[in-house]
Design a protein around this ligand. Structure first.
Ligand SMILES: [Zn+2]
Length: 281
């Protein structure tokens, strides 16, 4: 996944690249915008951009550094999220960050820490994080991702540069079903989501759920006017005819279930495999 795959955020991407190239990159950013607008993908790609071994082509998507960031195994690029069973980001995770960030990058140019749903940091975690923000080590970059910047304490917000992403356009409904299922069936694709592109995966599941919702509605009512994707009524009629209503209900629920799991940090591969089985039988 590269910058070009992040739809509708060209302006933001341009200004981040320009800031880096002119030596004016901030030491901390807040990427804010609704889920599914590409916040995590943007963070991963910016980490690739500043660490790429081919600066002229950055992110080149083929050097060792880009590859490791995509696979989430780069020692200098770390994602911080709340634990699966936690309701907040605990202080231990921030302490670990503080311990590591003071060292020089192991193999990249910058150490990058990306905190997803940053507003979920506990009070202790926030206070501890503030210390790092006040004296950011050289060659480090902190990216906070949030849907609710207002829920972050002003002391944090004032020390970060805000980057507002636009909501995702709803036009992306092309040949959804086949494309999405095909992509899901490629393990590499699912592996990529470990690199933190859960927002995008969640958005895709949402589109898929919308498609099956239409199949279900058409299957049980036969009324085209109730469809979300009215422009695709022909495809919907064809697909709807090959399922029973109960079957569609089951699939629809399995997609929503997978989406919920992905959003609560369950391994995307596990979350999707059950869904894929039910969708393709
Ligand atoms: Zn590269």
């Amino acid at each position: 996944m590269s910058f070009k795959d992040i739809k509708g955020q060209d302006e933001v991407i341009r200004s981040l690249k320009a800031a880096y190239r002119s030596g004016k990159m901030s030491h901390a950013y807040i990427f804010c915008g609704p889920r599914g607008c590409g916040r995590s993908a943007l963070a991963a790609n910016f980490a690739k951009y500043i660490n790429c071994e081919e600066p002229q082509k950055a992110p080149c998507d083929s050097c060792v550094s880009c590859g490791k960031i995509d696979k989430d195994i780069h020692p200098d690029v770390k994602w911080i999220r709340k634990g699966e069973k936690d309701t907040e980001i605990k202080i231990e995770k921030i302490r670990e960050l503080e311990k590591q960030i003071i060292f020089k990058p192991y193999e990249g140019k910058y150490k990058v820490y990306i905190i997803e749903d940053a507003e979920l940091m506990s009070i202790e975690a926030t206070n501890s994080f503030l210390k790092t923000l006040e004296e950011p080590p050289q060659n480090s970059l902190l990216i906070l991702i949030t849907e609710k910047p207002k829920d972050l304490p002003p002391t944090i917000v004032s020390r970060c540069q805000p980057v507002r992403l636009k909501p995702q356009q709803r036009e992306e409904t092309g040949p959804i079903l086949t494309d999405v299922l095909e992509e899901f069936s490629r393990d590499a694709y699912v592996e990529n989501y470990k690199a933190g592109n859960r927002d995008e995966l969640s958005a895709r599941l949402n589109i898929l759920a919308g498609w099956y919702r239409d199949l279900l509605v058409f299957n049980s009512t036969g009324d085209e006017r109730l469809l979300i994707h009215r422009g695709k009524a022909g495809d919907i009629k064809r697909d709807a005819a090959s399922y029973g209503t109960g079957e569609l209900m089951d699939i629809f629920e399995s997609i929503l279930d997978a989406k919920e799991k992905v959003e609560s940090n369950v391994n995307p591969k596990l979350a999707l495999s059950a869904m894929r089985l039910r969708c393709t039988k």
